[in-house]
Write a protein that binds this ligand. Sequence first.
Ligand SMILES: [Zn+2]
Length: 106
Amino acid sequence: MESIKARKPITSIKPRVAIISTKIGSLAGTERIVGREHSRIRLRILVRDGAACVKCGKGVNLVVDHIVPLFRGGVEGDENRQLLCSDPCHRLKSEQEERERGNQTG
Ligand SMILES: [Zn+2]
């Protein structure tokens, strides 16, 4: 006679792994960045760069920075974006860019 097997309650639930595609098609060009799109870009760069400043590796107060600033002909595309901590890396870079911008009027 077969004994009734007691059903085991589900005890192990595998955590859902969020797979975020970081492979972005060629978005180079002049796309207009507004609102929701901007936060999507931020998330994309955050994932791509490992949620850490690309210069010092800090993982707090991160901002998306244009590697080549737009005023110097930089493009609005992920290849021209990087993750920096707001201080000191982005602050120092901005200060330098401000100086450069001041020098080249026109
Ligand atoms: Zn940094």
